[in-house]
Ligand binder design. Structure first.
Ligand SMILES: Cc1cc2nc3c(=O)[nH]c(=O)nc-3n(C[C@H](O)[C@H](O)[C@H](O)COP(=O)(O)OP(=O)(O)OC[C@H]3O[C@@H](n4cnc5c(N)ncnc54)[C@H](O)[C@@H]3O)c2cc1C
Length: 460
């Protein structure tokens, strides 16, 4: 046993630290395509103070630290590229406080999406949060760290825009409160009217500190939800359809899907329009607004709403949706990964054509789901390809296709979402050099010994 192991065991207790081969093997990988790398230790803290002690030790000994939530971001962001401590946050899974009138909740750094969802259903059914389609063990904090998107993103922006405060342990061990909670007992604002410092931690993939608490805005949970399905076979019309639907400012979520199987989907773009209401009149009004705004395409026979039968609705309305997971199982024993650029909605046709072109070039099965963000200011377009883990060649082809998709997305003016370390290099190569330098200075200021998730956001 090393000195570091003993020191870690002293902080968290010997049941919550491991340097065993099988544990390091398990924590060396994620379900995506990036190559694995073993951490030296797996550590599971229970309190902010334990995180603080771990970071002080790591900073002193210059040992890398990689925070991990559910490990489902798929792009290798929790792979310990340079070994060190894999900090599994799952024991910090509590809901700390909920303010019903101000509509926010404070959760610990490892609280899962599933925990918050069930807590709200049980105790505050009139409140909800923006649930992503990732499996329920994904954590609230990590989803905000990677600027995730969920069911309320079309109305309220990225899930990280819904953050209302942070508690962070800096790499040097100081515990910092960010937002209104820095001066007040209330977690209602992540910055305004003060400078918004959450930007020093969100989007940084754990390279600037460990978030131990997060305030999250909650929104009204209306009594009913419904979904409408719109079909068009004209890819060039998709951006205008999205713009028109966004203009109504009434839709909960708008998602465009495209995939070649089952055959009835081939050549069609399926736009799912989700609506909510407290009364049937409210729902009916929103349905009518959606119909009216797209009426001209019905008349020109370019598109139209199709009926969603009652037996289809429960699976389409489920949160999280299981469709992506089903797609992953199409090639037996396989997995899937997506490169999801964030881009203006008018890029949809170009991105879709590239998705198809790469699928045909590399003989891959594709699917795409594009989600409107913040009323249509931009979208997340997923280039998703399946691969079979038992077939290294299919993994190689999927990885090459995703690399090409990322290059293309950037050329077209998009920005890669949750980029893996190779894609981070592509982004940094194109970045304004002064901006890159500013990021470097901030990183050095917060993490002088470069211990946090090394390899990420590190320009070569
Ligand atoms: C089937 C499927 C569907 C998906 N659908 C969606 C979707 O609809 N929307 C969406 O946004 N995503 C989606 N994803 C992607 C991803 O699973 C989610 O974004 C998920 O929220 C990531 O959370 P995680 O806990 O798994 O993150 P992790 O992979 O564990 O971590 C992500 C990043 O956060 C950092 N981090 C973790 N905890 C902390 C902490 N406490 N402090 C500082 N840094 C930390 C990690 O170091 C890493 O860089 C999907 C994934 C799958 C597999």
């Amino acid at each position: 046993m090393s000195d570091t192991y003993d020191a870690l065991a002293k902080i968290v207790g010997k049941d919550y630290v491991s340097d065993r081969k099988e544990e390091r093997y398990f924590y060396a990988r994620d379900p995506g395509l990036m190559p694995p790398h073993d951490p030296d230790y797996v550590v599971m803290p229970k309190t902010t103070e334990q995180v603080q002690e771990i970071l002080k030790l790591a900073n002193r000994e210059k040992v890398p630290v990689v925070p991990k939530g559910g490990g489902l971001s798929l792009t290798g962001l929790v792979i310990a590229q340079k070994g060190g401590i894999l900090l599994d946050m799952k024991r910090m899974g509590e809901i700390v406080e909920l303010n019903e009138k101000a509509r926010y909740v404070v959760v610990e750094g490892g609280t899962t999406q599933g925990t918050l969802k069930s807590y709200l259903i049980k105790h505050y059914p009139h409140l909800r949060h923006s649930i992503p389609d990732s499996p329920p063990i994904a954590t609230i904090v990590a989803n905000a760290v990677i600027h995730g998107q969920g069911r309320l993103t079309q109305q309220h922006g990225f899930n990280s825009d819904m953050v209302s405060g942070l508690e962070v342990v800096l790499p040097t061990g100081e515990i910092c409160r960010i937002g209104s909670c820095a001066v007040s007992p209330y977690w209602f604002s992540k910055g305004p009217p003060m400078p918004d410092l959450t930007g020093l931690f969100l989007g940084w993939f754990g390279t600037t500190g460990v978030i131990t608490k997060l305030g999250l805005k909650l929104y009204p949970c209306k009594k009913a939800r419904d979904v409408m399905m719109y079909l068009t076979d004209k890819v060039e019309l998709v951006p205008e359809i999205l713009r028109k639907l966004g203009h109504t400012e009434m839709m909960e979520d708008i998602v465009v899907s495209a995939q070649p199987v089952p055959l009835r989907f081939k050549g069609n773009f399926t736009i799912l329009v989700f609506i909510t209401g407290d009364t049937e009149e409210e729902l009916e009004f929103k349905r009518k607004m959606a119909w009216d705004t797209l009426w001209e395409y019905f008349e020109s026979r370019d598109g139209g709403f199709v009926s969603v039968t009652p037996d289809m609705k429960p699976s389409i309305l489920a949160m999280p949706s299981k469709d992506t997971t089903r797609f992953a199982d199409v090639s037996k024993g396989g997995g899937f990964e997506y490169s999801g650029p964030i881009a203006p909605i008018d890029k949809y046709p170009q991105y879709f054509k590239k998705l198809e072109e790469l699928a045909s070039k590399y003989k891959l099965f594709y699917s795409s789901a594009a989600r409107c963000i913040d009323g249509g200011h931009c979208m997340m377009f997923s280039f998703s390809y399946t691969f079979n883990r038992a077939d290294p060649d299919s993994m190689e082809r999927a990885k090459t296709a995703l690399d090409e998709a990322a290059e293309f997305a950037l050329e077209q003016g998009g920005v890669i979402w949750k980029p893996n370390i190779d894609e981070q290099q592509m982004v940094m190569e194109r970045m304004d050099p002064n901006t890159l330098n500013l990021m470097k200075k901030l990183k050095e200021l917060l993490d002088p010994n470069g211990i946090m998730n090394p390899g990420n956001w590190e320009a070569k």
